[in-house]
Write a protein that binds this ligand. Sequence first.
Ligand SMILES: C[S@@+](CC[C@H](N)C(=O)[O-])C[C@H]1O[C@@H](n2cnc3c(N)ncnc32)[C@H](O)[C@@H]1O
Length: 322
Amino acid sequence: MSRNDEFRHEPVMVEETLEQLAPGRGGWFLDGTVGGGGHAAALLDRFPDARVLGLDRDPEAVAAARRRLARYGDRARIERANFRNAREVVRATADIEDAHGLAGALLDLGVSSQQIDTTARGFSFRLDTPLDMRMGGTTSGRRPAADFLNHASEEELGRVFREYGEERRWKRLARAVTRRREDAPYETSGDLVETLEEVLGPRLTNQDKARIFQALRIEVNDELGALEEGLEQLRELLAEGGRMVVIAYHSLEDRIVKNAFRDWSKSCVCPPELPVCRCRGEPLGRNLTSGPLSPGEEEVERNPRARSARLRAWEKRRGGEA
Ligand SMILES: C[S@@+](CC[C@H](N)C(=O)[O-])C[C@H]1O[C@@H](n2cnc3c(N)ncnc32)[C@H](O)[C@@H]1O
């Protein structure tokens, strides 16, 4: 196994990402979800004048990205941070301030194959490990998934199964969780799989299990909240003409990205309660993708995890907001 194979994750839609993010430009790029550094390495290889500030909330990913990107010297800088705090991290990086902002920003959302397949943190229904699911580990300030199952109200549980998991039988499932925890608290991913099998019956597929596990992960890590805040910050941090690329794997994430890019591309961006237009009718930028881009068949065949990827890109207007 080579050093780069230590972190098992195949980056998704690399060509499409590079094409949208950096048509031949140099400068600082922020990779807010650097993971194993796959996209970052591709960017640094392709564009010799590019530099990457890579963030990840997972300490194991940070260590892997540092190892993988060490050969680029000071062209790559990796920090442990949530991208919802990108502003703070970027402001502490003097060279980016000097460059008047980021040439580009990338978010490749969700979890890596490494996190799903090999960490003992309960991300996968296939491994019976403690049901934790905190991407940022024990210091993230979030509660582990088992705590959520053991203490959330039936309504809260139902909301997560219904909204994030798009589970039709969300009521039954929420009720079953509250009943089961009276006998024995949830501890492992196997405990949750048992409940799913009991409640959802023999026709339960692996995809169903994956959907419920993903829903719980989204809740545990406040992934949608981080995305909403992160998008705003990244837009502010972009230089004029800077580009943002987001790859989403869940319909709610993709909807947040779609709406943000659409709103920022409207000619008037004043809040509706303002009686007169203050923004002078100038859009903040333009959508580069009219609909989401999806991976090609060949990529999906090679890497089935790419299947649900949806890529959108946006460009900040020149002469726009400072
Ligand atoms: C799909 S992987 C990214 C893989 C990466 N593009 C690569 O090529 O290796 C998503 C990564 O984003 C991280 N992540 C998810 N949400 C985050 C957030 N709000 N802030 C920082 N990192 C986050 C996860 O820990 C995970 O390592």
